[in-house]
Design a protein around this ligand. Structure first.
Ligand SMILES: [Ca+2]
Ligand SMILES: [Ca+2]
Ligand SMILES: [Ca+2]
Length: 498
């Protein structure tokens, strides 16, 4: 009997400890997204295969850290130790009264939806024999009782403020496939950083674009629902690299591209990628890097993994954990010229035409990418966009190879208009030509912020806010251009008015 109880206890402990999640795929890259916000890691091992099924991984982990000060200069820190798999973050939102984290077991999932799911839903939701898919039904749009009213973005088709897919509402995702997570850092003691909690809520949407294989994007929202005003904010991403065999890697920073990366430090990635040398990168898309630093998986007094709040803060400011400043050249420890970026090749603007790349023994590598924000006030939020990419069979110099790839990633992300979904592209093919005096407003126009009609001379003829108005009429015949404007895109179509 005792034995059975013991077994049951073990099972329940295991169930509690397990973090659920989902795998995302982009081209040949497979990446794990976990309910506690940890990326590229699965059950304490690497979770980022290229090619899917090959057991060749690119990253060991990608973790978000955040640090802030209040008006009395008191320090707050939340981090994750990817090497030891200890995290200050938990699954779920914070409550709106005490800002405590939700019970993680009740929020132990990510929500995955594809653009195809949404397209099907929008086409069929009125049909009586249509059943809403679980993915769309369970989208965590509205928080109940203690939580914030809105926890995930959705298109409120019937505009009643509530998420009800049966009424035509649907998740508002970016890209072709998306996995969404909600986490906080005020449920359990901060064992990774040893710091005080900020009591923030973090939403993340990982997504892929069919036009850019082997890259997964993540949009983060860091939300301060507390009455506190924070200043001197540091947001960092700690990337641990696997690259097949993790004992023969190098790493670097492309300062001009806001990218950190790792590459195989020798010609053969033993027992994994072989001579198809792998590369993995993490790029900041909407904010310039303030500094970068490497972190070693040991107790080194300068470069080792930080374990207390001040050590974290030092590294998030681009210094060694002891507070010693990073210097240019060699291992970043022995020069008199201080530096902000580690192994920048030729891309550090403070050291033009001076090349600094790794030349020591290849080995295990991890990098910290640091961003700086002046404040995170009460009811405010910070928004960051990153791109996670993997490559193999790279030829030539890793810096040159990635410089070109980085430009491609940034350009596709910036003009993701055409890639956003096939839905928009299809729906943009609306009735044309249109009769003068005819109202050609369509319900789906409301997914855009603004619609602008331009005549053939380039003059603005009409502007409407489609979320407020449902009439769009042109009273003169001719050729016009209709521009659909949203947060990050403008789609222009030619229309003919008869
Ligand atoms: Ca609704
Ligand atoms: Ca390797
Ligand atoms: Ca090797």
């Amino acid at each position: 009997m005792k034995f059975i109880t013991y077994i049951l206890l073990l099972i329940s402990i295991n169930t509690l400890a397990q973090v659920n999640g989902d795998w995302m795929q982009s081209g040949q890259l497979k990446l794990r997204v976990n309910a506690d916000g940890q990326l590229a890691t699965f059950s304490n091992t690497a979770g980022s295969e290229l090619v899917a099924g090959s057991n060749n991984h690119l990253f060991k982990f990608i973790n978000l850290w955040i640090s802030a000060k209040d008006n009395n200069d008191k320090l707050y820190i939340a981090s994750t130790n990817g090497f030891n798999n200890i995290s200050d973050f938990s699954q779920g939102p914070i409550d709106s009264f005490n800002y405590f984290g939700a019970e993680p077991s009740a929020w132990n999932q990510v929500w995955s939806v594809s653009a195809l799911d949404i397209k099907e839903h929008r086409t069929n939701f009125r049909n009586t024999n249509y059943t809403v898919s679980d993915a769309i039904k369970n989208w965590p749009s509205n928080g109940s009782d203690r939580f914030n009213k809105y926890l995930a973005p959705f298109i409120d088709y019937d505009k009643d403020g509530l998420y009800n897919p049966a009424k035509g509402d649907y998740p508002e995702i970016i890209g072709d496939q998306a996995s969404y997570f909600i986490v906080n850092e005020n449920y359990s003691e901060h064992k990774a950083s040893g710091g005080q909690p900020l009591k923030i809520e973090v939403y993340g949407m990982a997504y892929s674009l069919a036009t850019l294989p082997n890259t997964i994007f993540v949009k983060y929202f860091i939300i301060n629902r507390t009455p506190a005003n924070y200043k001197d904010i540091r947001v960092s991403f700690h990337s641990g690299f696997q690259l097949g065999n993790d004992k023969d890697n190098y790493c670097g920073t492309l300062v001009n591209k806001n990218m950190v990366f790792a590459y195989n430090g020798d010609a053969n990635d033993d027992n994994h990628f072989g001579t198809n040398k792998p590369l993995a990168s993490l790029m900041m898309l909407n904010k310039d890097l303030a500094s970068t630093l490497y972190i070693t998986n040991d107790r080194d007094t300068n470069s080792g993994m930080p374990s207390i709040p001040n050590e974290h803060r030092n590294m998030m400011e681009g210094n060694w954990k002891s507070g010693k400043l990073l210097t240019f050249g060699n291992q970043g420890l022995d020069n008199t010229k201080t530096s902000k970026f580690v192994f920048p090749g030729l891309t550090d603007p403070s050291f033009t035409s001076q090349n600094w790349v790794e030349t020591s023994m290849p080995g295990e590598r991890s990098l910290l990418s640091n961003l700086t924000y002046p404040s995170l006030n009460t009811k405010g939020y910070l928004e960051m966009d990153i791109a996670i990419s993997g490559f193999e069979k790279s030829s030539g110099n890793a810096y040159d190879f990635l410089e070109q790839k980085a430009s491609e990633i940034k350009s596709i992300w910036s003009s993701r208009t055409a890639a956003i979904t096939s839905i928009n592209a299809k729906e943009i093919d609306f009735k044309n030509p249109i009769l003068k005096g005819e109202n050609f407003y369509q319900a789906w126009f409301e997914t855009f912020k603004e619609i602008i009609i331009i005549n053939h001379l380039g003059q603005i003829t009409k502007t409407i806010n489609p979320t407020m108005e449902n009439v769009l009429i042109l009273n003169q015949p001719g050729i016009f251009f209709i521009c659909f404007k949203s947060e990050n895109q403008i789609i222009t179509k030619k229309i003919l008015i008869l």
